[in-house]
Every structure is written in structure tokens, then in C-alpha cells.
Write a protein that binds this ligand. Sequence first.
Ligand code: UDX
Ligand code: UDX
Ligand code: ADP
Length: 462
Amino acid sequence: MKICCIGAGYVGGPTMAMIAKQCPDIQVTVVDLNQTRIDAWNSDDLPVYEPGLDEVVQEARGRNLTFSTKVDEAIAAADMIFISVNTPTKTFGMGAGRAANLEFIEKCARQIARVSSGHKIVVEKSTLPVRTAEAVKRILSSSGNGATFDVLSNPEFLAEGTAVEDLLKPDRVLIGGESQEAIDKLCDVYAKWIPRDRILTTNLWSSELSKLTANAFLAQRVSSINAISALCEATGADVDEVARAIGTDSRIGPKFLKASVGFGGSCFQKDILNLVYLCEHFGLREVAAYWEQVVSMNDYQKQRFTERIVKTMFNTVSDKKIAIWGYAFKKDTNDTRESAAIYICRDLIRERARVVIHDPRVSEGQIRATLTEACTDMQGNISDLDKRLIAENVSVAKDCYEASKGAHAVAVMTEWDAFKELDFTQIYDSMQQPAFVFDGRNLLDRCQLEKIGFEIHAIGKS
Ligand code: UDX
Ligand code: UDX
Ligand code: ADP
């Protein structure tokens, strides 16, 4: 059996590496239009940082795992084709800012239709609006060269930073489809390492909708606890204590209740906005408004954090140096998509602060590019002032010590473990006084820092 995966990104790369590792008898080819990305997958410096991924790729690459830019060739040879391309939020036209841009999915479907012969199983791996498979099926069936197709939906639930662990021991694998034979073929692939009772099968539409729903529920939990964090700050309750108290109720559960500076990542906001757009499309205005509030709450949390910094620092951060610890949207990843740090840094430099950023995995180029994007409007315009602020008021440091030297404040944006084990006395001595810490992840030991002399402000703690 031969598998081809179109799209060598955060989802396609690791998922296919795991399939290849677990199924030595299956030839897996991952293709992408982006030559640089493919070259990186073929090098020792993979384009995606995930703990344990290097070993998985090394084991299978060259044996039954290939990364290539020969898209047509790989599609033509495959029995099963995964579509794992990006589905960003549309930035133009109808549904701009909400609907998913399905351009890349549609192009893949047309490409598959064009180069295929015989029978193939096409698997939607990318997160898609419900009923996308309908469009995919129609495009495929118009191929005109006699090829036949079954379409399956097999959304990926891995989280970044724990991708290898999640792929190895998923809570469940979800496969939606119409043809039992096609479903069974894909089940057999996963069953090589995942217990059968963890492989759920549903109809196509339930599978497509479950992915959006899972992400919406997860994001909603974060927004819910973040909403409570604001109330904690106002009342003297402690959000970590509240989270522990409610999390022991088995109906609520303890996971995903960590108050933070706001959720980020490529999925949550995009998928909720997509869900909102879908609800509106089906005339369900109240349902759309309900889910949209999860994103509004997240925006509020980020904005609230910046405001707290400014207010606490005597209502001005102008010309003050603020050390930003962490820029990735969470620990153990180099991904910065929708990271709260982007928006907080943007708002701080617009207050004329000087930010000095350190993240162990994020490059200076990526930091500047994301800030530039955050200052650019839908029409692609960026003001001269924002350009100047990004050039002059943003710098990047090699570690937290360098970032904090001479700083008026430290703001923790990402919960990197290494940030907990620093010499805080040295940091304190190198900073301006009073030395403020704004802990956006409730990561640092408050008592220890206060003893040293820091003034610490954490999420959901007064
Ligand atoms: C609730 C809390 O569960 C309990 O911890 C608290 O002390 C008091 O309030 P109660 O109102 O007795 O308890 O009933 P509960 O079982 O929570 O159900 C509340 C309502 O939600 C019911 O109308 C129930 O039918 C409904 N419900 C519950 C659903 O519609 N779906 C569900 O999945 C669960
Ligand atoms: C998410 C889903 O977890 C995953 O199942 C899906 O396949 C893709 O989207 P990911 O975006 O990689 O995964 O990361 P996740 O761990 O879910 O965190 C998302 C954001 O929420 C991060 O910014 C994280 O810091 C934040 N978060 C998460 C909190 O602020 N508090 C929490 O308790 C949990
Ligand atoms: P995800 O997080 O969903 O994996 P990424 O943006 O990381 O998304 O990866 C998607 C990949 O799909 C990108 O590397 C992009 O170049 C690739 N891609 C998009 N369209 C096509 C296409 N028609 N053929 C091949 N690769 C594609």
C-alpha cells in the first residue's frame, strides 16, 4: 500500500512520520510545493520542532518515508491520499476574517482528479467546515479520466509540543465516511498501533463537525477560566485555587483550566470563527453569537494584560524597557501563529515601550515578521509609524538575563520550563527598580520572587 500526503506542515509532517514508523510495510510520501520546507524535512534540522520527532523521522526516513516536491508523481502512485494543506481564515471577499479559505483544498482536489487513475481513497486531514467533503467529492467525480474515489474525513487532534506523544497514544482516532470498505482500510493503518476501541467511526459530516466542536469546546474552557481570572483579580479569589476546586468535579475535569494571557495557536481562533460563519450561513444567529464570545473574551484577556502593565507602571511605559520572556503560543514549540505575545508586544510598542524579546525557539526574523503582520490591515497597509516602532523599539535577546538587563519590567508570555530555573536574584539586581514582573502564565514562584524584592502581578491573583 502506498500513501501520499499533500502538505508537509505541522500536521502532515509529524502524522505521516508516525504512520511510516508504525507501518514499515506502507510507503509514505509527503509532498509540498514549498521546496525549502521539503529540504528541511530531508535535513537534520526539521522545519517543525517537536520533542521526540527527530527520532521518529530518522527511523523511517529513507526506509518507507520520503519527502518530495513531486506532487503529481506521488498522487498518481498512491492508493490513499491525505490532504493536509493549510485552511487559513479568509482575508478577502465574502466571509473575510471568519470563513475558511478553501482555495488550497480545492486546488488539491483538482490536482488529484487530474492525475489519478484507478481507485483512490482521499482523506481530509485538514480541519474543514462541515460539508467540505461534498465539494471535494464533486470535484473528484468530474475528473473525466475514469478514476473513482472514496472520500473520508480523518481530522487530526494532536496538539503542538506533544505531537509525538499524541500520535503515539491518541485519546481517539476519528474516521468519518460513506464507504465501509474505505473506512476499514484506514482503520487497518491506525490499528497497527492504536487499540481498535479507540478508533471511532461516524458519518462524514459528524466527523467534520467534531473537529471544529472539539477545538471550540477546548477554547471555551480557556476563555471561561480567563473570564473568572478577571473576577478573581477584582475580588481576592485565586484563579488557580478556583480551577482546582472546580476541576475535581468529575463532570468538569481538571485539564485545560489554566488561566493565561490568552490562547493562541493556529486552530482555536480560526476554527471558532469558521464555526461562527457556518452557523450564520445556516441562519443560526444565536448559536453564532454564543461561540463568537469565546474569541471576544480571548481578545479581552490580551488587552487586559497590556492595560494592567501600563496602569501598574504608573500609567506610562513610554521609553521603558520591558523584557518579554517567551514568544511562542505555548511551550515546547517554535510556532507563533496567533500567539498572545504578538498582540501584547504590538500594543506595548504602540505605547512607545521598548520590548526586548527572548524565546528559546523563535528566531528574530519570525518575531519581526509576525509583528509586521499584526500591524498590517486587511488591505495590506502598514503605517510608517508602526514600521518605525518595529524597527526601533523591538530587539531580540539570546537569553532572559540579557533581555532583563536594565529592564523596568518582565512579562512572561510562554510557560517554558527553563524560565522557572533562572537566577532571579541576578535578574533583580540587573533591573530598574521597582522591578515589576507580569506573569502571563502563572509560571513563576510568587513567594520566592517577592522575597527577592520583585513586585509580581499574576493572572487571576490580586
Ligand atoms: C446542579 C449541580 O449539578 C449541582 O452540583 C449543584 O449543587 C446544584 O445544581 P441539579 O440542578 O440538581 O444540580 O441538577 P443537574 O443534574 O446538574 O442538572 C441541571 C439541569 O441540566 C437539568 O435540567 C438537566 O436535565 C440539565 N442537563 C444536565 C442537561 O440538559 N444535559 C446534561 O448533560 C446535564
Ligand atoms: C489545539 C488542540 O488542543 C488540538 O487537539 C488540535 O488538534 C489543535 O489545536 P494546539 O493549538 O497545538 O492544539 O495547543 P493547545 O495545547 O490546545 O493550546 C492552545 C492554546 O491554549 C495555547 O496558547 C495554550 O497556551 C492555551 N491554553 C491551553 C491555556 O491558556 N490554558 C489551558 O489550560 C490550555
Ligand atoms: P498545518 O498546521 O495544517 O499542517 P501548515 O501551514 O503548517 O498547516 O502546512 C500546510 C502545508 O501545505 C504548507 O507547507 C503548504 O506549502 C502546503 N500546501 C498548500 N497547498 C498545497 C498544494 N496544492 N500542494 C502541495 N502542498 C501544498
